[in-house]
Design a protein around this ligand. Structure first.
Ligand code: GLN
Ligand code: ZN
Length: 767
């Protein structure tokens, strides 16, 4: 008998119940007991959904109040000393202190946060000094297992594997040796497994997602050591879960680890399927990740079933499991909560609960024969066929236009050196131009008016009048501050992707399609279901209004094609590259319309460019090629005198600086204040030759830096970038800040730029 499984479920709740409970606890409106009781209710509900769907051993321990990597550190007592010294009243507050830091006189910094592999989920980075005494300090796993048992369920505990845990962490102070750390860590894992077995567990899932990344021999040896040890710790059947990509050079190694079963992501890693079937030892059960845990499309059941049947031909039925490709953490919970999606489109989708039904359907066909699911297969084929043929999806004009793209469409007609003087003349620029990244504070009032507009409580004209007021305010402030290139302030935008998605064809929006981003924060990614076209101009009227108020140049402001793609659920019926190019063409039209309206500087933000990098180094160049091409396709249609800006947020740029240079934006602004300009090193020498604005104002903090401090940062920047190519700007957009912080901070920024101009012209001081 093949078994249907699930690797993990979303925690946040179908209507974000957990978010609300956590934030209410943080703001002291509710007690710890109330929070824990809501969390229990959510777990109970999610377990019952899973078991009703037909998953016999739903996962336990996959829930978290913040993040599962933090939970692992917490469980094994890897609590950095700065938190231990805090003397907080309760355990829960210590846990949240690690997640969020503690404000106060001697502020305690939270654990760092970073992206969970190539998803949009963020985990907290465990810190290792090398002197840890890992121990099973707390046992939330046994508690969760008991909770499930009390509900009459047999759960399969899900545990982050020891090697992934260590490799995801970072060694502070000392370069703690991974092998030595593993030796210290394994006894704690052994104890955990023994405690679960003692509780009655028969199987556990241990996740080692690092197996889908580039590993060296030493790291593979750590896996062997870890699994050899923990497989002997207790009589538990271990399901080793891998996901997010094919194992490639790690496949053979993984197949021979001493575990009961190995889970493979066959959505992203179908290429490993045949090898896995061939090479799997006789004793190994294979778990087939056939249903996409990263995207929201209905599965092709016939195709998934064919794969499952091929596996069943080679392995006997009881050596087979069927599941989603990865945890369902990365998709919204329940499609049935969507009432506003166009019915045609809704029929093509599948969220967490629907995906479990798909898993169970495939497994039934394996166990009972295809005839048992005839109706489901027919309905599925029918729905897929409708999607394939739908006029909502296909727009012949888009295809024609894509095929007609020529090489020259990707390139500006003149080189940067030739363009620069033309642009300086057009914009009236001199040394060290000052500008901002685009958004100005989104006030309470602004959010309120937008909500009222959406509820039809105010008319479109009233809303527009309100936005005009905001733009006017932003322009007047910037003029007073003495900035050189102004922005309209993005008051009309709720979100830099959603705003454009709503104005483009090919996008759909959900009411409850929330996915956890980090902690209590969720995002509701748009769904790109069809060929992308522009219904009309998207930003021109706001820009025009702003420009009508001032003689200074106002920058046009757009989100780049790669970022829109990265932060949406993308089509799975064509390569991501194609979707990205479609977006690029729509944006290209908008850029040209801005230019025609008289806009002389246009910024295309690409904060997600780097995060789109694939997990494996060897896959990087291909992605970067089309991502850079998409940017160039969007921007290269402008005249030489039109200045193209781009912006990227925090990122290590060292390994991609050639690609950034290849984008050929005239100016790039980056976050660099927080790193004290360290990030700039990547741009030294002639690796990058265009203009650059390293942020001198850290907008993530309410602190207002002095002009001396910003001047200091600018002087540091001069060591890398010559003054003729240097811009002066904040780290990022200002929408999360308040005007009373922004106004003085920008005043200091302009003062710093002016002082440096004076110094450089020899009129004051020396560098
Ligand atoms: N233009 C956007 C803003 O200023 C850029 C934000 C971003 O890159 N994250 O808000
Ligand atoms: Zn930014």
């Amino acid at each position: 008998m093949a078994t249907p499984i699930n690797l993990g479920f979303a925690r946040i709740g179908a209507k974000r119940e957990l978010k609300k409970a956590i934030e209410s606890y943080w703001s002291l409106k509710t007690t710890a007991e109330q929070l824990l009781s809501t969390a229990r209710d959510i777990r109970k509900r999610h377990w019952s959904w899973q078991s009703e769907a037909g998953i016999p051993e739903p996962p336990s321990g996959d829930f978290s109040l913040y993040d599962h990597v933090l939970d692992t550190a917490w469980m094994f007592d890897a609590v950095p000393s700065r938190f231990r010294d805090l003397n907080l009243s309760g355990d829960l507050d210590l846990y949240f202190a690690m997640a969020r830091g503690v404000a106060g006189q001697t502020a305690t910094q939270a654990l760092e946060m970073t992206k969970w592999f190539d998803t949009n989920y963020h985990y907290l980075v465990p810190e290792f000094t090398g002197a840890e005494n890992f121990r099973l300090g707390r046992n939330p796993q046994v508690e969760a297992y008991r909770e499930a048992t009390a509900l009459g369920l047999t759960a399969r505990p899900v545990i982050l594997g020891p090697v992934s845990f260590l490799l995801l962490g970072k060694a502070r102070q000392t370069h703690a040796d991974r092998a030595a750390l593993l030796d210290r860590l394994l006894p704690a894992y052994e104890e955990l497994l023994r405690s679960l077995a003692a509780e009655g567990a028969v199987a556990v899932q241990i996740d080692e997602p690092v197996l889908a990344t580039d590993l060296d021999d030493a790291a593979r040896a750590l896996l062997t050591k870890a699994f050899t040890r923990i497989s002997k710790a207790a009589p538990l059947k271990i399901l080793l879960a891998t996901y997010f990509g094919p194992l490639r050079d790690n496949l053979e190694h993984a197949l021979h680890l001493p575990v009961h079963a190995l889970h493979l992501d066959l959505v992203r890693g179908l290429e490993q399927f045949d090898d896995a079937l061939q090479l799997a030892p006789k004793s190994l059960t294979l778990s087939l990740g056939l249903i996409d845990g990263r995207n929201i499309w209905k599965a092709d059941l016939t195709r998934a079933l064919e794969l499952a049947e091929r596996a069943a031909d080679r392995l006997s039925g009881d050596r087979l499991m069927v599941g989603p490709s990865c945890s369902l953490l990365h998709v919204p919970i329940d499609l049935s909560n969507e009432s506003a999606l166009p019915p045609d489109i809704k029929d093509w989708l599948s969220f967490g609960r629907q995906k479990l039904a798909e898993v169970v359907t495939i497994t039934r066909a394996l166990n009972e024969g295809r005839s048992a699911i005839r109706a489901e297969l027919d309905a599925n084929r029918d729905s897929l066929e409708k999607r394939r043929r739908s006029e909502l999806v296909h727009n012949a004009g888009v295809g024609t236009r894509l095929r007609a793209i020529r090489n020259t469409d990707f390139a500006r007609t003149k080189t940067f050196d030739e363009r620069k003087p033309l642009q300086q003349a057009a914009l009236g620029l001199s040394l060290l131009p000052t500008t901002t990244i685009g958004s100005f504070p989104q006030t309470e009032e602004l959010r309120r008016e937008r909500a009222r507009m959406r509820k039809n409580e105010i008319t479109a004209e009233e809303y527009e009048g309100f936005i005009h007021q905001e733009i006017t305010h932003a322009i007047r402030e910037q003029e007073k501050l003495g900035l050189d290139i102004l922005v309209h302030g993005e008051a009309e935008r709720n979100d830099m992707v959603e705003y454009f998605g709503e104005l483009l064809n090919g996008f759909a929006f959900t009411e409850n399609g929330w996915v956890q981003s980090y902690g209590s924060r969720c995002v509701k990614p748009p769904i790109i279901y069809g060929d992308v076209t522009r219904r009309g101009t998207m930003t021109v009227r706001w820009w025009q209004f702003a420009q009508s108020l001032t003689a200074l140049p106002v920058k046009g402001m757009l989100t780049g094609p790669v970022t829109v793609l990265q932060w949406s659920f993308a089509r799975d019926d064509q390569p991501r590259r194609d979707t990205c190019f479609q977006l690029a063409l729509a944006i290209r039209d908008e850029i040209l319309d801005l230019e025609t309206a008289g806009c002389k500087a246009i910024q295309l933000d690409e904060p997600a460019l780097r995060e789109g990098l694939p997990l494996r180094k060897t896959d990087g160049p291909e992605y970067l090629r089309w991502a850079v091409d998409a940017f160039r396709l969007a921007t290269a249609g402008v005249r030489d005198a039109t200045q193209i800006h781009t912006h990227m947020c925090y990122a290590e740029f060292n390994d991609i600086v050639e690609s950034i240079a290849a984008m050929d934006a005239d100016v790039i602004s980056l976050e660099s204040a927080r790193s004290q300009m360290e990030l700039l090193e990547a741009f030294a020498g002639d690796r990058y030759r265009n203009d650059l604005g390293p942020g001198v104002y850290d907008i993530h903090s309410p602190r207002v830096p002095s002009s001396e401090e910003m001047l200091g940062l600018l002087k540091k920047a001069l060591a890398v970038i010559p003054a003729e190519r240097l811009w002066v700007n904040p780290d990022c957009g200002l929408k999360t800040r308040a005007w009373q912080e922004v106004t003085p901070a920008l005043q200091h920024l302009v003062t710093a730029a002016r002082s440096l101009r004076q110094i450089l012209s020899g009129k004051a001081g020396r560098i």
